[in-house]
Design a protein around this ligand. Sequence first.
Ligand SMILES: *[C@@H]1O[C@H](CO)[C@@H](O)[C@H](O)[C@H]1NC(C)=O
Ligand SMILES: *[C@@H]1O[C@H](CO)[C@@H](O)[C@H](O)[C@H]1NC(C)=O
Ligand SMILES: *[C@@H]1O[C@H](CO)[C@@H](O)[C@H](O)[C@H]1NC(C)=O
Ligand SMILES: *[C@@H]1O[C@H](CO)[C@@H](O)[C@H](O)[C@H]1NC(C)=O
Ligand SMILES: *[C@@H]1O[C@H](CO)[C@@H](O)[C@H](O)[C@H]1NC(C)=O
Ligand SMILES: *[C@@H]1O[C@H](CO)[C@@H](O)[C@H](O)[C@H]1NC(C)=O
Length: 793
Amino acid sequence: MARSRCTAGLVLVLAITAATLSLTFCSLEEGVALHNMMTKWNVNIPSWTPGSDPCDGWELILCTNGRVTSLNLTLAGISGELPEEIGVLTELETLDLSENDFRGSFPDSLANCQKLRVLDVQECNWNVPFPSVFLKLSNLEYLSAASSGLSGRLPEEFYAMKSLKYIYLGNNTQLTGNLESFTLMSNLVNLTVWSIKFDDYVLPEKLSTLKNLQYFNCHDCNLHGGLPESYGDLTNLIEFNVRRNYLTGGIPESFKKLTKMENFRVDTNSLLGPFPNWMFSAWPKLSSLYISRNQFYGTPYNISYLETRFNLTSRFKILRWDCNYLEGNQPCGNAGGNNCSIETVANTVGEVVEILKFAFNPNCYDDVPTDIISQVGYCNAHTLTCDAFYNEVVNQKVCPACPSSQTLAAGSTVDSGCLCHAKGSDSGSGFPVNAVVGLVVGLSSLFIIILGLVIWKRRKHFSFFDIFSNKEDAFDEEWEMPASVHRFSVEELARITEDFNDSHIIGHGGFGKVYAGTLDDGRMVAIKRASAGSLQGVKEFRNEVTLLSRLHHRHLVRLEGFCAEKEFQVLVYEFMKKGNLATHLYGDHAKFGEKTKLGSPLPWYKRLEIAYGVAQGLEYLHSFADPPVIHRDVKPSNILLDEHMMAKLADFGISKESPELDTHISTRPAGTAGYLDPEYFLRRQLTTASDVYAYGVVLLELVTGQVAIDHTRDDEYNLVEWAKKRFRTAGIISIIDPSIADDYSKDAFTQITELALRCSSFSKNERPTMKEVLAILDPMTANYDLGYFFEEK
Ligand SMILES: *[C@@H]1O[C@H](CO)[C@@H](O)[C@H](O)[C@H]1NC(C)=O
Ligand SMILES: *[C@@H]1O[C@H](CO)[C@@H](O)[C@H](O)[C@H]1NC(C)=O
Ligand SMILES: *[C@@H]1O[C@H](CO)[C@@H](O)[C@H](O)[C@H]1NC(C)=O
Ligand SMILES: *[C@@H]1O[C@H](CO)[C@@H](O)[C@H](O)[C@H]1NC(C)=O
Ligand SMILES: *[C@@H]1O[C@H](CO)[C@@H](O)[C@H](O)[C@H]1NC(C)=O
Ligand SMILES: *[C@@H]1O[C@H](CO)[C@@H](O)[C@H](O)[C@H]1NC(C)=O
């Protein structure tokens, strides 16, 4: 309806005058539609002014030939439905609604958008059955609706949408469908359907006809049966992920043909076979290999051979074969555990950082006396001990028990990987012999498991109940405790802080108190204990520990360990002897508007050094992962200094993630006044650019010695505004910290101020990235020898 009006206008105007006028007419109508939608969503996008042309500088919109062709509302803080006005945008090619609180059904008018090629509706709360209007988008190539609460069965017509190349439907746990039917979509390149429970229950052989398929992800799909031989024909595969299913059998020979494979992930299944050393040579691009928690046996190539022959450390991002039945010597030697896995690699700025890349234990290594204990729980799918496995399976060729509710496929043997089928799907005649074997083996291993638990209990002083309660079990299924951090007991922490005595308190935060303590080995640590009001869920806390344990950088305060028991959620960090930057700039009782400076002010080159260090820490956070880790609270009191006055960022993490999502119920601020990204008020979201803004404020503080918000300061209490005005009119001399005023590099500080003002630009598009910041600081610091700085103080 709306569409025909616009077309009629087009014809009419074309008849009278030049094409440009007619186009304006259409886009004006599109502007009205967009403005109406914005009003319904109750958000304010300032540039969307009624009566103006959306192609004339409206945000979040792209135009081609005077018509709106792209609308990108990702993370725009929208709550509500998709109004039918969307159907006015008939030239739309890209529609991105992702990561908002969109809900409800899609309007039929969406079918007017026949040119739509890219539709991204993921991470919203639609909570509807698969929308039938999608089926009418006959030019759609890219559909992303992951994590969006879709439910019910994928309609049969969906599989007939031949234009589709990229499908992301993962994490819609209420959705069902038929995996084999995707073979109808002959152009598929990406098929990401994890956590969907398909009714065919197996990896369909016919999927091998999808010759263009590059990415296949069906983890947690409740799949039974084996890896089809026919998949060797999927020679464009780059990523294959079927982790956490119930797959059995071996890895077919034909997989050697998958020479483009980079990421192969079959962990947490019941695959069985000799260790596939052939992958290292057959797949030259392989960089992530997860075959943990299966039943592989034999001896993997040793580490030194992998290094010399296959450039192990530079080639692999992830290499994991823990929890199999592998022989040979422990790859990391006796003491190492998984620790030879802590790789030091150079990051993007040439920093040497530590990353957990490899995990090889536990297994059945020759130089480990018995690994029964470590396999209990952690390798929980294993029903056999190492001895039993090698006696019965490898030597006597008896298949191990199938996963529950499955039976051994007729004719399957150890050499063919002991393929199992879902019960009922196989013509299982009579009583399968292996069920008996399985039962006997199962009973005897139950005895061994209990024995193991008793021994374990004695060793670790765990209570027997704790192990079964699964609540805080370090080895439970759901949580692979990071190997790089120590798990402290409440008793230990209470002892070194004299029962969390106030005399040990060194700081307070929104989350609780920070205590100092000295470990038995003499190291001092800072102990952050969450107060009752800020306890997180067990899962959230674990996620935080896992994330923090992966972040290793010389300019980030190091996580030493944690404690999670009863009402205790504690993070233990390295102790930073010289306190925080705020104290060094403003004195002991640094507060806004209160300055009592220390006797010796920070020399200017030290300030430069601190600025550089903080920038490196932030850049690491931003580039560490996708999505990036956002610090969210960069400010001098979160910049700590070690005994060499080296700066390290503290208080980064994910626990502050939620508050900004809903402005109406949010009580906690996302960040600290004076450092908070002004665009936050516009979009209600913090981004890496928000950290850059706060970093700019810190730079200004280093240059000026002025606090971020000071209500006593002249006419301007906001430091950014204050410095901007003065610097632009009277230069560096008008803002420099008087305590270094007669001894500083004018050039360096002018440059830093310019950088600071760019970082704290109002619009995030004008701010540099941390990478760009580093490129500017790099030559400035290159003139100074770090060693010289470290001798200071
Ligand atoms: C929408 O914008 C975001 C960043 O603002 C970008 O990452 C994303 O790729 C865009 N979506 C599409 C479909 O282009
Ligand atoms: C899966 O979806 C749920 C809710 O829909 C969400 O909380 C969770 O973060 C999603 N998981 C991933 C890995 O995207
Ligand atoms: C296909 O999927 C892979 C892995 O998820 C991703 O890296 C790639 O960008 C996707 N390609 C497109 C065009 O979506
Ligand atoms: C590693 O494997 C290679 C090749 O199989 C062998 O020559 C070498 O001796 C092994 N090294 C160690 C330390 O086991
Ligand atoms: C290993 O690295 C060296 C030097 O970087 C390179 O010449 C060689 O081709 C690499 N070998 C393999 C198998 O990737
Ligand atoms: C790994 O082992 C080395 C040497 O024993 C030790 O210095 C280091 O702290 C260990 N790393 C981790 C993360 O356990």
